[in-house]
Design a binder for this molecule. Sequence first.
Ligand code: ADP
Ligand code: MG
Length: 501
Amino acid sequence: MKWETVIGLETHAQLSTRSKIFSGAATAFGAVPNTQACAVDIALPGVLPVLNRKAVTKAIRFGLAVGAKINHRSIFARKNYFYPDLPKGYQISQYEIPIVEGGTVTILSDGKDKTVRLTRAHLEEDAGKSLHEDFHGATGIDLNRAGTPLLEIVSEPDMRSAQEAVAYAKVLHALVRWIDICDGNMQEGSFRCDANVSVRPHGTDKLGTRCEIKNLNSFRFLERAIEFEVRRQIEILADGGTIVQETRLYDSDRDETRSMRTKEEAHDYRYFPDPDLLPLEISELWVREIKKEMPELPEQRRRRYAQEYGLSEYDVSVLTENEEIGSYFENVAMASLKDGESLASTDVKTCANWVINDIARKMNEEDLPPWAFRVSSNTAGHIIRRIREGLINAKKGKSLLSRFWEEGRQESERTGRYVHGGYPQKVDELVREEGLGQISDSTALEEICDQVIAANPDQVSDYKGGREKAFNSLVGHVMKATKGKANPQQVNEILKRKLSG
Ligand code: ADP
Ligand code: MG
């Protein structure tokens, strides 16, 4: 018998607000345990939750980005269960009416676009953390994370393989970072997935019984856990057994999933509307304001790069992997323009190549965060500009880039901050001072200037007629004739003197 895999993901994205969803305590990661939990977070009697407006804004941004319906009235509910890291005895979540409903995400599967439908996305608070390893024979509780805002994004069971599930998780991960609602840091648990997995005989419609694998915090674990789980379920069914609906854990050391508990039903949680919180009402005006602030989305940017710059599918995909690399590329392209040029009239492809083959590659090699460029886009663009002006050749340009990159790396390591190496004027200084065997011998330069003046009578008369630009182009000719090795200041002086006669 052939089996078909069915997967739906529940993804928890930690919303990047400074304070918690219902209190003013800080959300920063890595603080000393229990220093960022206030009376509300530790559930002292008599305290009341107050909703964080920024968390709501970020949920709305998500809804707009996936083309979902924003519910103008949603309800916070109490999800009751007992666990040591949940001091209230309930989690505030949304149940019957979530803030975001529907929407879609497009993934690439086997080279083709595939639409994954979203069921909903709702706001909720995170729980604390149990620390099992730090104490001998006892468990510690850290409530710093309690009350951290989460957006739980629930997909329809639309994925058909572990690879599709990973593709979906990656698109979602890129999107929440892109629209600046979640830092996406998976090691710190800011983005984690629960995978619901079932199998059914190929060609049938009825969904099989599913198992839910909890808290997968890397794409690799997500893929491995699903693959293991699919094999396990097929084996049981092929032997004539039945799948028990349950919650399972993935053990990455043994590369297997293990039963954690039988699945609870919604009624086990005794959901009811939280009497301490009013219904969340969102005006059309507020949604419109947020819409105005939305950045260009990945899909739109991909289309624009292909249409406006004629970039290949591969180039576009690399340059839209995250928001930062695309903005960097566009800034490089701007900085590479000669006076009077526009992006529409130049060869943007060269800049794309630099960013993809040199800069993105270096970022990957060093495993840098997507915003931590070691050379600024201005500097990189300026180097390309000097190449295009014929002042230096491409090889020299690349070596300058590498040199600045290395300086940035060393300086960053020394200071413990991300620092750029080099700056645009430094490019020009080095081009002049160093390595290029620059000609400062004035007799030689005088001679070349004479030749250029003789060879370009039109520009000479233009300049004499008052067109400053013609002068720049004469300087350009001299620079070209010397392969960029002349001292531009000296050339300026010589030409001015000769032409003023
Ligand atoms: P719960 O909240 O109890 O986990 P839901 O019905 O909200 O259950 O479903 C959660 C996730 O499980 C959704 O992403 C959904 O697409 C997925 N799902 C539901 N049924 C199946 C199934 N039979 N096989 C695979 N995934 C499923
Ligand atoms: Mg679930």
